[in-house]
Design a protein around this ligand. Structure first.
Ligand SMILES: *Cc1c(COP(=O)(O)O)cnc(C)c1O
Length: 403
């Protein structure tokens, strides 16, 4: 039997191979049909040969699928591939980025535990902590992302978990992940990093010392705005807890979405490279425009953490935020004058998007909370896609002309 037709696991020869080879091949299992692209397994349950076989699989004495809320072959292939890319012992897929965060906190924290969260995290993450997890006795405090002294000072004896997004949205602030991991570990806490904006193609937080990494796969891992999903990854001992919560509570990933993410991962690094190259060009160009007061992009030497970004990430990401001259009305006129770019808050898509954070993603914050998060009324966020750079620049020029 030639290896082309070999059924079964195919990634046993992937020791020591590079990122792109893992992105294309890790986690693949081939059925006896010999399919080259990964198969989708849309099944809720699995049959057993005998009653004794069913009992052994339910007891976990024999490996194998039992029910797709527990395991599914397509989902497992995605989990194994993302674990390989993040350098994690194990990854667990979820139905969305938010359910990844929920599963992580529910499985690792209890009522009475204290969690430190970076101030500039995703809006729904703040709501999850404030409106729901606090109701179950999880204590939460917020810390300015970049300020290591503030992190050290915020610890309490019951601090269990630190949760950060680096780089942050929309202002592209960073934290030194290696230094923060050392602080967390010296106090017996875990560090979790939402790596959605970088993806493992640009940053691998576990290799910098973080304990847990999470993604909204909805963004760059899909990369084409088609499906919702998420993932949590880290040491097997921690993931065992996350798996337990997910199997019981149920926000697991569908095999169809897992398949889309497998395909997304295969092109992840080349897409990220193209996204980042255009973002860099547009950020440099925007910085020179008289209508623009300030550009927030860590690839610019003017960014206060440019050196850290160079050290910690292999590229600077594709989200470019900037403040225009004027207030909310000017920002809205800019946005409305674009013709190619989509007005939407999503990101991580081939299609470039533009949004006004103060009245969308951060609209539910009070003016004081917005001010403390640094979100001004003249701020615009562009998530750079894969269209021709010249067309994107022309579109932003329409915005500038409308100021
Ligand atoms: C979108 C996003 C999430 C939430 O992911 P969903 O897939 O929308 O649930 C979490 N964190 C960050 C940084 C995000 O951008």
């Amino acid at each position: 039997m030639s290896q082309e037709w070999q059924a079964g696991r195919l990634d046993s020869d992937l020791q020591g191979v590079g990122f792109d080879t893992l992105a294309v091949r890790a986690g693949q299992h081939r059925s006896p049909e010999g399919e080259h692209s990964e198969a989708i397994y849309p099944t809720s349950s699995y049959v057993f040969r005998t009653a004794a076989d069913a009992a052994a699989r339910f007891a976990g004495e024999v490996p194998g699928n039992v029910y797709s809320r527990y395991t599914n072959p397509t989902v497992r292939a995605f989990e194994e591939r993302i674990a390989a890319l993040e350098g994690a012992e194990q990854a667990v897929a979820t139905s969305s980025g938010m359910s990844a965060i929920l599963a992580m906190v529910m499985s690792l924290c209890s009522g009475g535990d204290h969690v430190l969260v970076s101030r500039s995290v995703f809006g729904s993450t703040i709501s999850l902590f404030e409106k729901y997890l606090k109701r179950f006795g999880v204590q939460v405090d917020y810390v300015p992302l970049a300020d290591l002294d503030a992190w050290s000072a915020a610890f309490k004896p019951n601090t269990k978990l630190l949760f950060v997004e680096s780089p942050s949205n929309p202002l592209a602030e960073l934290v030194d992940i290696r230094a923060l991991a050392e602080i967390a570990h010296s106090k017996g806490a875990l560090l979790a990093v939402d790596n959605c904006f970088c993806t493992p193609a640009l940053q691998q937080p576990l290799k910098l010392g973080a304990d847990i990494v999470m993604h909204s796969a909805t963004k760059y891992i899909d990369g084409q705005g088609r499906s919702m999903g998420g993932v949590v990854a880290g040491k097997a001992e921690l993931m065992k807890e996350v798996v337990g919560f997910l199997r019981t509570a149920g926000p697991t990933l569908s095999p169809f979405n897992a398949w889309i993410f497998l395909k997304g991962l295969e092109t992840l690094r080349v897409r990220m490279q193209a996204h980042c190259a255009s973002a860099q060009q547009l950020a440099e160009w925007l910085e020179q425009q008289p209508g623009v007061e300030q550009v927030y992009y860590s690839g610019l030497p003017s960014h206060p953490q440019h050196e850290l970004a160079k050290r910690q990430q292999s590229a600077f990401g594709a989200v470019v935020s900037f403040e225009v001259k004027g207030g909310k009305e000017a920002a809205w006129r800019f946005i409305d004058a674009t013709r190619v770019i989509s007005i939407t808050t999503n990101l991580g898509d081939t299609k470039t998007t533009i949004a006004h954070p103060a009245t969308t993603s951060h609209g539910r914050l009070t003016p004081a909370e917005r001010a403390s998060a640094g979100i001004r009324d003249n701020l615009i966020r562009v998530a750079v896609g894969l269209e021709d750079l010249a067309d994107l620049q022309a579109d932003l020029a329409r915005g500038l002309a409308a100021l």
